[in-house]
Design a protein around this ligand. Structure first.
Ligand code: MN
Length: 289
């Protein structure tokens, strides 16, 4: 299944994407619930979606205003240098230990909403990534059981402000700017996503194909990531994992090909769909309250 959240006249609603249509499944959502909450109910949740979809109104996918398909997560985690060719293009050896950082949860952003060029930098870069959506609590989850806590997958872009990222060892300041974690266009459940270790990932800036990789090139695959993370802390429903990016980021070109205001950045993961943003200038105006 492909589960989205779309903006209706009375607020956001959960939807089931069927071909070029979206079926309103808010009747299955039991009040304020989101797709991750419905999926957490297991087979009963799936049944509720199917039942709601039989009689619910449909709208055209083109007309639907899609939002990030989940509420603000408890955590957004990202792994660095997880593709050999990307590690190489940054001039570093492929890591032997998983290197994690957090993106701020407030950076979560809709799949087609404008992404902000920071007021304080012009070194804005793109990273197409497979994003894992956690569906169940998990602690000390061995790789063989990692699939049990995965609700689904999305396409994401790990926007990175390179000068702020590199200014300190933790990278956190450069990875969590507002609007810099767009995801979507919907959550694809594992049965429909297919073989996660063989998905092509692409990023275009305007019509220029910059990244063209495959998830099979990951150094640490998704089960290894879940096993490692849950040795330290719990993963919980709605948490997101950005699983790394292949070669071709703007910073790797000489001179760097950072994105500019007005650029259209499109990222796509095979079978999960594409998301797209126009880069828009942020102002440095003080806002309080
Ligand atoms: Mn990344």
């Amino acid at each position: 299944m492909r589960l989205c959240v779309f903006e209706a006249t009375d607020g956001p609603r959960s939807g089931l994407v069927l071909g070029d249509e979206v079926v309103d499944i808010s009747a299955a959502a039991d009040g304020s619930q989101w797709p991750v909450d419905i999926l957490a109910r297991g087979p009963a949740g799936v049944e509720a979606i199917e039942k709601a979809a039989r009689s619910a109104p449909r709208i055209s996918l083109n007309a639907a205003r899609l939002k990030a398909p989940l509420r603000r997560p408890g955590k957004i985690l990202g792994i660095g240098l997880n593709y050999r060719d990307h590690a190489r293009e940054t001039g570093r050896e492929p890591p032997t230990t998983q290197m994690w950082f957090n993106k701020q949860t407030s950076a979560l952003h809709g799949p087609f909403d404008p992404v902000l060029m920071p007021a304080v930098s012009t070194a804005l870069d793109y990273e197409v990534e497979l994003v894992v959506v956690i569906g169940k609590y998990g602690r000390h989850v061995p790789r063989g059981r990692a699939h049990e806590i995965i609700a689904g997958y999305m396409t994401g872009c790990d926007y990175s402000v390179r000068d702020w990222q590199r200014a300190t060892p933790t990278m956190i300041m450069g990875k969590g700017f507002d609007t810099h974690a767009p995801v979507g266009p919907w959550i694809t459940t594992p049965d429909e996503a297919g073989e996660v270790s063989n998905m092509s990932l692409k990023c275009w800036v305007n019509d220029d194909l910059r990244q063209d990789g495959n998830t099979g090139e990951m150094i640490f695959d998704v089960p290894a990531q879940i096993e490692h993370l849950t040795k330290a802390f719990a993963l919980e429903p709605g948490d997101l994992i950005f699983t790394g990016t292949p070669a071709g980021v703007g910073a790797a070109f000489t001179p760097p090909k950072f994105v500019k205001v007005g650029d259209r950045v499109r990222v796509e993961v095979e079978r999960l769909g594409a998301i797209e943003a126009v880069i828009t200038q942020e102002t440095s105006q003080t806002r309080i309250g």
